[in-house]
Design a protein around this ligand. Structure first.
Ligand code: AMP
Length: 142
């Protein structure tokens, strides 16, 4: 199965970030503009948290907070579980399943290189299986 580096190389989604003191509304706007479900919360170049649509639903809407005045810091999840480009897709799926989340930032030498989502992993698994089927079909036909 593919490595995280290979998956990231095949993606053109930009890294979407927000500062911890910015309002949740700004984070939501950025997520909508870029069609992503999670933003990385960065402070002084460091990854300090993650904010996803699920955090908005559970910690803002359900708790009656205002997205215009609540800073991302108050509802982000920290610390963040990360992977390196050397991790394999299977390991990422295991982490997501164990922790019940759908996003994994990829960090190399302290720099956030991108984010792997459960959708990216699904696409990888389907492509790998399709390859395997094609190889078996040509083997049977030969
Ligand atoms: P998600 O399923 O990715 O929308 O996230 C579900 C919950 O887990 C939310 O509270 C997120 O902030 C949190 N979360 C998502 N990804 C991570 C991660 N890589 N490390 C830590 N928490 C995360």
């Amino acid at each position: 199965m593919r490595s995280v580096r290979q998956i990231l190389d095949g993606k053109d989604t930009p890294l979407v970030t927000v500062g911890p003191d910015e309002p949740v509304l700004d984070a939501l706007r950025r997520m909508a503009e870029t069609s992503v479900g999670a933003v990385m919360v960065m402070e002084h170049g460091n990854l300090v948290g993650i904010f996803t649509e699920r955090d908005y639903a559970r910690k803002v809407v359900l708790q009656g907070r205002s997205s215009a005045t609540t800073p991302v810091r108050d509802i982000m999840t920290s610390p963040v579980q990360t992977v390196t480009p050397e991790h394999r897709a299977r390991e990422c799926m295991q982490l997501m399943s164990d922790h019940r989340f759908r996003h994994l930032p990829v960090v190399e030498h302290g720099t956030v290189m991108g984010v792997i989502s459960i959708g990216d992993l699904l696409k990888t698994v389907i492509a790998d299986q399709q390859n395997e089927i094609s190889q078996l079909q040509s083997y049977i036909a030969s």
